[in-house]
Design a binder for this molecule. Structure first.
Ligand SMILES: Nc1ncnc2c1ncn2[C@@H]1O[C@H](COP(=O)(O)OP(=O)(O)OP(=O)(O)O)[C@@H](O)[C@H]1O
Ligand SMILES: [Mg+2]
Length: 337
C-alpha cells in the first residue's frame, strides 16, 4: 500500500513551469529516491508535499489524509529536511533541537531523552553544545536531519541531504537513513548524485522538466535497458565537428545501437552496444582513420544511462544546460562538489 501519493501536480512560478503533471506513489516502508538534474522540480515537489507551497493543480495524499485540506495533520506525520536551511547562529545545536521539540509539543522529559538519543546516534556529542554559527556544513546537515527526526515521523522527506558534504558526514547520514528504513520509516529523498540513489533507494523516479520520466527499482530500470555501454574519448577531440565525424565513423560498426555526443568535461561519446566483440571493432575502425584513442571503457548500464535513454542527454549535460540560469547561491553549492 502506498503511504504517499502525488497526483498530477502542476506548478508555475510566473512564466517558469516547475512541475508539469508530476505523479508519484511511494509504498509504505520504502526508501524512495527522486533523481533529477538542477531545476528538474525536486524542491518544488517536496515543498508542496511538506505543505509549504501550494500547487496550481493536483493532489497530495499522505497516509490517506489530503495534505492540501489538512496540512497540520500531515505535518505531524512527516519530518521534512529542506535543501537550504537558515539556522540560528546564536543558539547551540541542543537549544535548537529543544525548540523544535517544543514546536511538536513533546513533553520535556521525552524531548530531552530523544535529543540525547539523536546526539549519540549522529555523533554530535563533541559540538552540539557549541553555537550553531561555528558549525561546518556537515555538522549543520546532521543537525537538520536530527531536527526532522525529533518527533519520530513515519514519513521522512529529505531534499538533497548530502550535497557538498565531507565523506564522514555523508557516511553518518547514509547509515542513519538505512537504519530508519530498516525500522520501517518511509523515506523520500531527492538527489542528483547517481551513486547516492543507487546506494540507498529501494525504488526511484527520475524527474526531468517537472515530470517523472522513469520509475522503478534501480536494478530493474538498468536491466530493462539491456546492451552494454561504451564511453570513448579520442585524443584530437576538441570540438563538436570532430566529435560528429567520429560519430559517423562508428555508427556503421556492427553491434552499435546508438551514439550520443556528451559535452561534459570535453567531448566524449556514449555508445550503446550489443556484445563483447564491439570494443575491438571500434578500436580497429578508429585506428584505420588514425584517430588516437584516449580512453575507451565498456560497462553495464548505469542510472545515467537510464536518464540518457529517456531524455537523449546525460545527467551532467542537463546540469550544464541550466548552469547559466542558476542563482549565485546554487552556483557556490555546485562548485563545492
Ligand atoms: N521561487 C522561485 N521563483 C521562480 N522560479 C523558481 C522558484 N523556485 C524554483 N523556480 C524554478 O522552478 C524550476 C524547478 O526548480 P526546483 O528548485 O524545484 O528544482 P530542483 O530540482 O530542486 O533543482 P536543484 O537540483 O538545483 O535544487 C527551475 O526552473 C527553477 O528555476
Ligand atoms: Mg532543489
Amino acid at each position: 500500500m502506498s503511504l504517499l501519493e502525488l497526483d498530477q501536480l502542476e506548478k508555475s512560478y510566473g512564466t517558469v513551469s516547475a512541475l508539469s503533471g508530476l505523479s508519484l506513489s511511494v509504498p509504505s516502508g520504502c526508501l524512495y529516491g527522486l533523481l533529477g538534474p538542477n531545476g528538474a522540480g525536486k524542491t518544488t515537489a517536496l515543498r508542496i508535499l511538506a505543505t509549504l507551497l501550494a500547487p496550481d493543480q493536483g493532489r497530495v495524499v499522505v497516509a490517506g489524509v489530503d495534505a492540501l485540506q489538512e496540512p497540520r495533520t500531515v505535518r505531524q506525520l512527516m519530518g521534512y529536511v529542506a535543501q537550504e536551511v537558515a539556522i540560528d547562529k546564536i543558539l547551540t545545536g541542543r537549544e535548537l533541537l529543544a525548540l523544535q521539540g517544543d514546536l511538536y509539543h513533546l513533553p520535556r522529559q521525552d524531548r530531552n531523552h530523544r535529543i540525547d538519543q539523536l546526539v549519540d546516534r549522529m555523533s554530535m556529542g563533541d559540538w552540539i553544545d557549541r553555537r550553531c554559527g561555528t558549525y561546518s556544513g556537515g555538522m549543520r546537515r546532521r543537525l537538520d536531519l536530527a531536527s526532522g527526526l525529533l518527533h519520530q515521523p513515519q514519513l521522512l522527506v529529505l531534499d538533497e541531504p548530502t550535497v557538498g558534504l565531507d565523506i564522514e558526514s555523508r557516511a553518518v547520514i547514509w547509515e542513519v537513513l538505512r537504519d530508519l528504513s530498516d525500522q520501517g520509516t518511509t523515506i523520500l529523498l531527492s538527489s542528483h548524485y547517481l551513486e547516492e540513489v543507487e546506494a540507498l533507494a529501494d525504488r526511484m523516479a527520475i524527474i526531468d522538466a517537472g515530470r517523472v520520466i522513469a520509475e522503478g527499482a534501480p536494478e530493474a530500470l538498468k536491466r530493462e535497458l539491456g546492451g552494454d555501454r561504451v564511453t570513448l574519448r579520442v585524443r584530437e577531440f576538441s570540438d563538436q565537428p570532430e566529435a560528429e565525424r567520429v560519430r559517423q565513423l562508428l555508427e556503421v560498426v556492427d553491434g552499435v545501437r546508438r551514439i550520443v555526443i556528451n559535452r561534459a568535461q570535453g567531448y566524449s561519446l556514449n555508445l550503446v552496444v550489443d556484445g563483447e566483440h564491439v570494443l575491438a571493432a571500434l578500436k580497429q575502425r578508429l585506428a584505420s582513420e588514425a584517430f588516437e584513442v584516449f580512453s575507451l571503457s565498456q560497462s553495464r548500464p548505469s542510472l545515467d544511462d537510464v536518464y540518457l535513454q529517456a531524455t537523449g542527454r546525460t545527467l551532467m549535460d542537463a546540469e550544464l544546460a541550466v548552469a547559466g540560469q542558476r542563482d549565485p547561491k546554487q552556483e557556490r553549492r555546485q562548485s563545492m562538489r
